[in-house]
Ligand binder design. Structure first.
Ligand code: RIB
Ligand code: CA
Length: 313
């Protein structure tokens, strides 16, 4: 087996982020150095509390550091219509068994990367505010980041507006900093994550599992209903777990080296990831863009992680 990858998961739980935490904690291929939280699906107070509640649910104590309360420039936009007022509506979750660290998420990211014995893989699954701030605070960390495997953007799909995906839309300036950093990037966008669905039947199957799976059955029923109501998607799109799965088993995705530019000025197109799919600009690629996925291979990882979480809990 390849050496384990040292990982920091930067997230905005959020239902799919919650499953990304379960997957990252269950994977033998990952050494989870910590979880950092950012404002996105909900306020950072709520996303931090949710990360702690999910870790308590699955019986894991991982360092959690609270991050940016708002994007670099724009006003914060949250998504209660998708994730509810708590950010994890749909099931009862335990009160956190432990609290977040004193240090800010950005300080945690910088310190953990500088102190790591090997290069670190960042998995951002929310707006990129913390990652951008860390790169500006400590440019030296760039050479100690093995890869940024981010859930965000799309070549052809969208969700929050006809042109943009939510994570990039919320903080496009932060995304611009990341995509122009020169750090190896894998972009796990809606082109693949909108197909990484747990069907209603699979969600019902979860309800027949142990306490962790039963909790996620309730969470995913809420989340799937919101996605059907808002986007006509049948099932729960597991956007963020697919980014984690791509670190555990890169074979779950097929990617192309392409140039990606983040639109910062458009009125209708703010936050669009302009992916040069046909390489017409001749600009050098700055990301491996995911354009296809092996759904069965991904779901096998998800089922195994959820079963393991129930065995531990
Ligand atoms: O567009 C989907 C992304 O936005 C996911 O990461 C979801 O959790 C939200 O953050
Ligand atoms: Ca997210």
């Amino acid at each position: 087996m390849e050496a384990t990858k040292k990982v920091i998961l930067d997230c905005d739980p959020g239902h799919d982020d919650a499953l990304a935490i379960v997957l990252a904690c269950a994977a033998e291929e990952i050494e989870l150095l910590g979880i950092t939280t950012v404002a996105g699906n909900q306020t950072v107070d709520k996303t931090t509390r949710n990360a702690l509640r999910v870790l308590t649910l699955i019986g894991m104590e991982v360092p959690v550091a609270r991050g940016a309360e708002r994007p670099l420039i724009r006003e914060l936009i949250t998504a209660p219509e998708v994730h509810g007022e708590s950010g994890l509506d749909g099931a009862e979750l335990p009160e956190p068994a432990f609290g977040p660290r004193e240090e800010h998420a950005v300080e945690f990211i910088v310190r953990a990367i500088r102190g790591s014995s090997a290069p670190v893989t960042l998995i951002p699954t929310g707006p990129l505010t913390n990652v951008a701030l860390a790169l500006r605070l400590a440019p030296d960390i760039a050479r100690r980041i093995e890869r940024i495997v981010l859930m965000g953007g799309a070549a052809r799909e969208s969700n929050v507006t006809p042109a943009a995906e939510f994570n990039i839309y919320v903080d496009p300036e932060a995304a611009h900093i990341v995509f122009t950093s020169g750090i190896p990037i894998t972009m796990v966008g809606l082109d693949v994550t909108n197909r990484a669905l747990f069907t209603p039947e699979e969600i019902a199957q979860l309800a027949r599992g142990g306490p962790v799976r039963r909790t996620f059955a309730g969470l995913l029923e809420f989340y799937a209903a919101a996605n059907e109501r808002l986007l006509g998607i049948r099932g729960a799109p597991l956007h963020d777990p697919l980014a984690v799965a791509a670190v555990i088993d890169p074979g779950v995705l097929a990617t192309e080296p392409l140039h990606v530019e983040v639109e910062l000025c458009g009125v209708q197109t703010r936050g669009a990831t302009v992916v040069d799919v046909y390489r017409v600009t001749r600009r050098p690629p700055n990301a491996e863009v995911a354009l296809a996925l092996d759904l069965a291979r991904f779901k096998e990882l998800m089922w195994r992680a959820l079963e393991r979480a129930d065995r531990r809990g």
